[in-house]
Design a protein. Structure first.
Length: 289
């Protein structure tokens, strides 16, 4: 992996040689890394009370090739704040409650609070458009690797009960190339990309997005790489660093997505459910008779 000097150290090493305006940019970058990672040089210049030109010159003064490279380093800087493992964060947060007499209430209330916070952040218009496209899609493909596999499989199972032509994209199978060739503009690809951000799903989303395929991304950070390669992005931000702690909220959100899709034709989805139940009961009865 490329040896990248942390952006904080890079700025500190050059700070005294920067002009006063460039130092204003430097301070803004260090204090607002998330904003810099998700906004243009012009917007950063305005917020730092300088200009786009000063921001670009600041990048050159650090020895960078331009603003895009600064954003890349900022992204790495932000992600590296989360160096403790998901399991370590999860255990540390729960350890405080081991001897608490109100363990049940506190753990479940925390999940409820997080779900409420995420619900308030959802863009209703974006949600409406995304779920409408899911309803109208000829095929739905779902990708998730690492920690994202579990929610991807939950969504695949649930959607399969309600509509035909729902598939999981397996990134390490010989069928991948054929699947990529078959996906077209009438389809929707759902990519779940959580912290650790496995490369394969992101590369697949990038390739499909460039072809004009609708990609619906679900992630946990405004700086997540998948943000650049999708048609719709839903960011489920949380206060904890643990991906495990995000799962209750994520499943709740996926349940919302499925419900939103069904609102466009309730009768159709009810028929699909009945057909699924009838076949399932018949199949199980025949199997064990």
């Amino acid at each position: 992996m490329e040896d990248i000097q942390p952006i904080k150290e890079l700025i500190e090493a050059h700070f005294n040689a920067l002009s006063k305006k460039q130092q204003k940019v430097a301070n803004f970058v260090l204090n607002n890394p998330t904003f810099v990672g998700t906004h243009s040089a012009a917007e950063v210049g305005k917020k730092a009370e300088t200009s786009e030109t000063t921001v670009i010159r600041f990048c050159y003064a650090l020895g960078l090739e331009g603003y895009a490279e600064l954003q890349k380093k900022i992204t790495l800087f932000v992600f590296n704040q989360n160096t403790v493992s998901t399991l370590g964060n999860y255990f540390s947060a729960k350890k405080k409650l081991f001897n608490d007499q109100h363990l049940i209430e506190k753990v479940m209330q925390k999940d409820i609070t997080q779900i409420d916070r995420i619900a308030e952040q959802i863009d209703k218009e974006l949600f409406y458009k995304a779920t409408q496209q899911l309803h109208e899609a000829k095929n739905i493909y779902i990708i998730g690797a690492g920690a994202s596999q579990f929610p991807a499989h939950w969504l695949h199972f649930t959607l399969n009960i309600l509509r035909p032509n729902v598939s999981i994209i397996h990134t390490e199978t010989p069928e991948l190339i054929r699947t990529m060739q078959e996906i077209d503009e009438d389809d929707v690809v759902i990519t779940i990309s959580l912290h650790r951000y496995f490369k394969e799903p992101i590369h697949i989303a990038e390739t499909l997005h460039k072809r004009g395929i609708t990609v619906l991304a679900i992630t946990d950070s405004k700086l997540a790489p998948i943000q650049k390669h999708c048609s719709y992005a839903f960011v489920l931000e949380q206060t904890e660093k643990s991906t495990i702690d995000l799962m209750p909220s994520l499943i709740s959100f996926l349940n919302l997505v499925v419900t939103g899709m069904m609102t466009f034709d309730p009768d159709y989805y009810e028929k699909q459910r009945v057909n699924y139940d009838d076949f399932n009961h018949t199949f199980i009865s025949d199997k064990w008779s």
